[in-house]
Design a protein around this ligand. Structure first.
Ligand code: UTP
Length: 493
């Protein structure tokens, strides 16, 4: 679109303020502003303004008919061991056939951690201080070797960390992975708007744009050509995980097997909540669909509700680990939210059953957004002055056929680095890794001294190249001769 037509479309949409200072700008700044404006889908902004902004932010979500979602229990919690064994065998078969790829969402801003640089470059392991990306790279490489088929790895970045992420991989020689199988692509951006729906400027020459949420990954996978690449390579399933969780079993055959056997379009892992008020999303059902309801949207009385046996009713917590069917992603990516129906606190397009187009809804987040005023002077707000729009990947569940939720153990799959200290911090994550290494070693018969929480006194580390889950570790440990003593500084590679 040429510049005049683009500017005219903003005028028609009531967004003329975006170009208020255009005539004062040097040529380069004009080009940049036009580039940013061209990213914006004005009809989408108008729709979101009409639906989400019209809502009272304090309005509750629709809880009608909500019930706890069923999930497949682990064998040690009463699940059927034969069904789990069969799932694992089917998952291994899919891996041997090269039908699965890894997918990391790494486009977040990581504000809580306060680390300067892409979060994936943050050092996390206890002894070697390997960065998050290296941990995943080594797990993916090891899984490729184990199943005799190197895996493709898709990594979603953001506009602001894309170049730094690519440079980091290049500097580290892709951690030994085949470069041709590591694919980076940027997620989309959304403009922030004031409470009046007008798009905010960051400066006279730039629009406030921020990543469109991890749910933006579905569109970005399609737009970047990743889905076509998967199709050409015979890959049908994406193993989705977040960049901040080094404990994740990024390639988990049992999980893949459940997904395949149930012909699921989107599957998820759950951990049972540690306590009633734990701040996690809750797997629920509503109108026959599986949904995730955030803790902030589930009344405290429901969070604390118990069943007849004294167990929490809403016990299945979401840990942001999913499997996604390629064609399901394509379907979701290509539908546009109609913004007509409202459910669980978002503007959304309704389900295929009701005749609407299924699409991921946007959520609003009211924020303090630095901007400029009508005269172009900077404004640093002390209270929220506008809204950012984000999509959440778990909202896709409601549109998936045959969604499966399986239980996993927190200790084997989930210890994210979110905050600089306290819960979910580098310290808790380091300790959870140490506990995991100690468990694997003990299971192999090694003498490991630990405290009551299972934390070893010695700082040790197991490279994913040696073992990346209990099975691969057990196989490698069995073959190791002589076996080393578990002392400070032990590194198994
Ligand atoms: P978080 O919800 O923890 O957000 O993201 P964040 O931006 O990383 O961190 P804070 O809230 O600013 O501290 C969970 C996962 O989703 C990815 C993140 O990179 C992380 O892996 N994510 C989040 C995206 O890829 N894009 C987004 O727009 C948001």
């Amino acid at each position: 679109m040429d510049a005049d037509r683009l500017i005219a479309s903003f005028h028609r949409a009531g967004q003329a303020q975006v170009f208020a200072f255009f005539d004062q700008l040097p040529a380069e700044a004009r080009r940049r502003l036009l580039g940013e404006a061209a990213e914006i889908d004005l009809a989408e902004v108008e729709r979101l303004t009409r639906t989400l902004l019209a809502q009272n932010a304090a309005e509750g979500v629709n809880l009608a008919g909500l019930a706890p979602a069923p999930y497949e229990k682990r064998p040690e919690h009463g699940g059927d061991p034969a069904a789990w064994a069969r799932a694992k065998a089917v998952g291994e078969e899919a891996l041997r056939a090269g039908r699965v790829a890894a997918f990391t969402v790494a486009g977040g801003q990581g504000t809580r951690l306060g680390f300067d640089g892409p979060k994936g470059t943050f050092p996390v392991t206890p002894l070697k201080h390997k960065p998050l990306f290296q941990v995943f790279a080594e797990k993916i490489r090891a899984a490729g070797t184990r199943y005799g088929r190197p895996l493709h790895w898709f990594i979603m970045t953001s506009h602001s960390n894309h170049a730094a992420t690519e440079a980091f991989f290049a500097e580290r020689k892709f951690f030994g992975l085949d470069r041709g199988r590591v694919h980076f692509f940027r997620q989309g951006r959304m403009p922030a708007v004031g409470f009046d729906g007008r798009i905010l400027l960051e400066s006279k020459a730039s629009i406030v744009l921020s990543p469109d949420g991890h749910g933006g990954s579905l569109r970005a996978l399609d737009r970047s050509g990743s889905l076509d690449l998967m199709q050409r390579e015979g890959v049908g399933t994406l193993s989705y995980f977040q960049v901040d969780n080094p404990l994740v079993r990024s390639i988990d055959p049992a999980f893949i097997g459940w997904h395949v056997l149930r012909q699921s379009e989107m599957s998820s892992k759950t951990v049972t909540k540690a306590y009633a008020e734990e701040k996690v999303g809750h797997f629920c059902t509503q109108d026959g669909k599986t949904v995730v309801v955030e803790y902030s949207d589930l009344p405290m009385a429901m969070q604390r509700e118990k069943d007849a046996s004294g167990q929490l009713r809403y016990i299945a917590g979401s840990i942001a680990i999913h499997l996604l069917d390629r064609e399901f992603v394509r379907r979701m990516a290509r539908s546009t939210s109609s913004g007509q129906a409202r459910s669980t606190g978002s503007a959304q397009g309704g389900s295929t059953d009701s005749g609407f187009v299924a699409a991921l809804p946007f959520h609003r987040a009211d924020k303090k957004i630095p901007t400029i005023d009508a005269a172009g002077a900077p404004v640093t707000p002390e209270k929220p002055n506008g809204v950012k729009f984000e999509m959440f990947v778990f909202d896709a569940l409601r549109f998936a056929r045959n969604p499966v939720v399986i239980e996993t153990l927190r200790a084997d799959d989930f210890s994210p680095v979110k905050n600089a200290d306290g819960v979910d911090s580098p310290k808790t994550c380091r300790e959870d890794q140490l506990r995991q290494f100690a468990r694997w070693l003990r299971a192999g018969g090694a003498a490991v001294e630990t405290d009551a929480t299972g934390l070893p006194g010695a700082t040790i580390e197991v490279s994913p190249r040696f073992g990346y889950d209990e099975d691969s570790f057990a196989d490698a440990w069995k073959k190791l001769s002589p076996k080393p003593a578990v002392v400070d500084g032990l590194y198994l590679e």
